[in-house]
Design a protein around this ligand. Structure first.
Ligand code: FMN
Length: 244
């Protein structure tokens, strides 16, 4: 399938260009080629491009994300994520989980979770969560990132964790490299095939309807309740209809 003008944002969970970064860039490049090189790729490295841990002030919950004390630094990354058709998030496994800087970045988007104030535009995006480890912890690490991507309401979230038996790309055994190239081929095909589809993934959709029920039967939690009301989600409108 021919896909054109796809906007890709890559959020790297570390500053260095190691094995995980290599896989993310390989995938982005393959998708770009399938779009006749018309895809636009933006990359951000953490903590170089965003280095603030959440202060726990809950200003985003009580007011708005734009009132976050770190918003000036966060805004360019937020804008790039909101504009992207595809979000690639990657992290090496550090003690069985995503890097601290990746988790700190994700903490800033707690209000985007479907149980609070989800962004309708997420329903037309796809995402890939990628991790590498020397041996173990890929599943919990890709899940660390996929939890947010799914609960933001993204239509399709792919997960890829691979044990590379290495601490740098040059050390990765040939047979594992071959496996990686095959996987990025398959992932790029899937992303291009599903481009432009508009829906909420099943996990987020279930939570959407649970929260809608809670809004109707329990005392309203503000500002979430009014956000949903203004979007018409308590009536017939849905994020995957209004956002596409
Ligand atoms: C602080 C730290 C913690 C790590 N924890 C694990 C771990 O729990 N399990 C594992 O298999 N590898 C672990 N590793 C190894 C890396 O996950 C692995 O080498 C990975 O492929 C590095 O990716 P990169 O080249 O993108 O940095 C750790 C490495 C570091 C620096």
């Amino acid at each position: 399938m021919e896909v054109k003008n796809m906007k890709i944002v890559v959020i790297h969970g570390q500053n260095h260009k190691g094995s995980t970064c290599m896989i993310a860039q390989e995938l982005a490049d393959k998708i770009c080629k399938k779009c006749e090189n018309k895809a636009e790729i933006k990359e951000y490295f953490l903590p170089k491009d965003f280095d603030e841990p959440c202060r726990g002030c809950c200003t985003c919950f009580k007011n708005d994300l734009t009132d976050c004390p770190h918003y000036t630094k966060l805004e360019p990354l937020e804008k790039a994520v909101l504009e992207a058709d595809l979000i690639i998030m990657e992290s090496p496994v550090y003690v069985y989980h995503a890097t601290g800087q990746m988790m700190s970045f994700l903490d800033h988007f707690a209000t985007w979770w479907v149980v609070h104030r989800p962004r309708a535009e997420m329903t037309k995006k796809q995402a890939v969560a990628i991790s590498t480890a020397a041996g173990g912890g890929m599943k919990s690490t890709t899940k660390d990132m996929a939890d947010s991507l799914e609960m933001w309401g993204i239509s399709k979230v792919y997960k890829y964790g691979v044990g590379v038996q290495a601490i740098s790309p040059e050390e990765i055994p040939q047979r594992i490299l071959k496996k990686i190239h095959k996987k990025t081929d398959k992932l790029s095909d899937a992303v291009c095939k599903n481009a432009g589809k508009c829906k909420m993934n099943r996990r987020a959709k279930k939570w959407f309807y649970l929260m809608r029920f809670a809004h109707k039967h329990f005392p309203p939690m503000e500002p979430d309740y009014s956000y949903w009301e203004n979007k018409g989600w308590h009536k017939k409108m849905r994020p995957w209809k209004g956002g596409c």
